[in-house]
Design a protein around this ligand. Structure first.
Ligand SMILES: Cc1cc2nc3c(=O)[nH]c(=O)nc-3n(C[C@H](O)[C@H](O)[C@H](O)COP(=O)(O)O)c2cc1C
Length: 195
């Protein structure tokens, strides 16, 4: 039997819920990203990483990136949880931002803004499979910076003319205002099959 671990980075519970559903179906160990170390992964055959999407960024992705040189030869599967992740264009943008851009960001900076050539390892990292799972949002449970950030997102969408607002933006707006729980256990199926 394969030795599997699910590492998750979330804030309000939806990402952890997916991690636990995956563990229930696979017998995987579950470790929060804040507590994971390279040693936890040494004896694992499959490493699953999941992070909540906050303002386009996948939480915890930097930890995965840091661990990557030590685990690159293992099977790595990832998932990202967000309220507005149904569109292929949004998924591609999120992949680009989190798996491709950030890895070459620093070298782009030192190379004077020119796109830096990616190393083989970075290229490999950018090709990791990532599934997108629908998340949840409860406005009454969110405060501080997170609440402000969501207000900015809401204003950005509301600033558009009605014709410009896409159906997924409309859905996001509704979730921000009234709360929503789109979490769905069946969403994990393709990831489970890929193990
Ligand atoms: C501050 C903040 C920013 C968010 N930004 C995004 C976003 O850019 N895209 C998206 O699809 N969902 C976004 N969401 C929704 C979360 O990804 C969603 O609620 C997810 O279920 C959070 O996972 P968690 O419950 O594990 O924290 C945001 C939520 C918060 C609180």
């Amino acid at each position: 039997m394969k030795n599997i671990v699910v590492i998750y980075a979330g804030k309000y519970g939806a990402t952890e819920r997916y991690a636990r559903w995956i563990a229930e179906e696979t017998g995987a160990e579950v470790i929060p990203e804040s507590r994971v170390s390279a040693r936890d992964l040494e004896d694992k055959d499959v490493i699953i990483f999941g992070g909540a999407i906050h303002a386009g960024a996948i939480l915890g992705i930097q930890t995965l990136k840091k661990l990557y040189p030590k685990i690159a030869e293992k099977k790595i599967l990832t998932f990202a949880v967000g309220l507005s992740v149904g569109d292929k264009a949004i998924q591609d943008e999120c992949r680009e931002l989190n798996f491709t851009k950030q890895s070459s960001g620093f070298r782009r900076l030192v190379s004077g803004g020119r796109p830096a050539r990616m190393t083989e390892r970075e290229k490999q990292f950018s090709q990791l499979p990532c599934w997108f799972f629908p998340g949840a949002y409860d406005p009454s449970g969110v405060s501080g910076m997170d609440r402000k950030l969501m207000a900015v997102v809401r204003r950005m969408i509301q600033g558009k003319t009605p014709g410009e607002i896409t159906s997924s933006e409309r859905q996001l707006l509704d979730a921000i205002e009234h709360g929503a729980d789109y979490t769905d256990r069946t969403a994990i199926r393709p990831l489970i099959e890929a193990i």
